[in-house]
Each structure stands twice: as structure tokens, then as C-alpha cells.
Design a protein around this ligand. Structure first.
Ligand code: SF4
Length: 145
């Protein structure tokens, strides 16, 4: 039996860098009906609100102030993976474009609103460890696992 997790911000948790959420009613309903675990890799290591971060072309994560926060994001990803493994999670719906949760697209590290193909740090780690990931856009377009 599949067990699901969902990016917490999609379920209305105010865990984004700006202290807000990206609530999506249909994903919130899916999460409730399927008993999905709500996860937020960044909340594992930072308390919102905080500066936004982006992934540079060389794979580092930098804050808007130029600080290298790669290790902080990796730690958040590791803790998220551990939590998912503890709960036997097999499939995850993640918030697109996030430096942690992005599935297909992320911002390019220039803080100019430029998107590039790529995975967030936590999304990549979950996938590397055999957990299926899709974005909220995939879910909304009917590409459900
Ligand atoms: S880390 Fe993921 S779950 Fe947390 S606020 Fe960012 S996109 Fe949402």
C-alpha cells in the first residue's frame, strides 16, 4: 500500500520563506483523504520567515544576501528523508520551483526570477532513495504517479 507525503505549504501551513503558504485545495483534500504526512525540508532547519534562497549553476544554495546555505539545505533534506523513511512514505507531492522541493524547475541562483530545469535539494535526495516524486502541477494535470 502506498503512503504519501505532501509539501506542507501546499496544505496551508505558513512555512514558506516569506511566512506564507501556497495552499492548494485539491492537494489538501488529497492529503487529508490519504492520510498524507506533511513535510517541509526548510522548516527542519530554519524558522520562517527567512531570506529566499536559490540554487546556482554549480549546485550550491545561496541566500539572497549571498550567504552559502548549501549545508543547511542538505541537512533539511536529510532530516526529511529520515522522516519519510520512518513513516514508510513511498510517494510525495512537492511544491514546484522551490530550492528544496522543486521537481522540474528551480530558480537559477541569480534572483532575477529566471527558471531553469532542475531539482530541489530535498526532492533530489528523496528520489535518489527510491521515493517517487511529482510536483503539484503534475498532480493538478492528472499525472498522479
Ligand atoms: S521547503 Fe518545500 S514544503 Fe517547505 S515551504 Fe518550501 S516548498 Fe513548501
Amino acid at each position: 500500500m502506498e503512503k504519501y507525503a505532501v509539501s506542507a505549504c501546499l496544505c496551508g501551513t505558513n512555512c514558506r520563506y516569506d511566512g506564507k503558504n501556497k495552499r492548494c485545495a485539491s492537494i489538501e483534500s488529497f492529503a487529508r483523504e490519504n492520510g498524507a504526512l506533511r513535510i517541509c525540508p526548510e522548516c527542519m532547519v530554519m524558522r520562517p520567515p527567512h531570506l529566499p534562497s536559490e540554487i546556482t549553476a554549480d549546485g550550491r544554495v545561496i541566500g539572497q544576501d549571498g550567504r552559502d546555505v548549501t549545508e543547511i539545505f542538505r541537512e533539511g533534506a536529510r532530516r526529511t528523508l529520515q522522516l519519510c523513511q520512518k513513516h514508510g512514505i513511498t510517494r510525495v507531492i512537492l511544491k514546484e520551483k522551490s530550492p528544496s522541493c522543486g521537481v522540474h524547475q528551480i530558480y537559477d541562483g541569480t534572483f532575477t526570477g529566471t527558471l531553469v530545469e532542475g531539482r530541489g535539494i530535498a526532492a533530489a535526495l528523496l528520489e535518489e532513495n527510491g521515493i517517487e516524486i511529482i510536483s503539484e502541477d503534475d498532480f493538478l494535470e492528472g499525472r498522479v504517479f
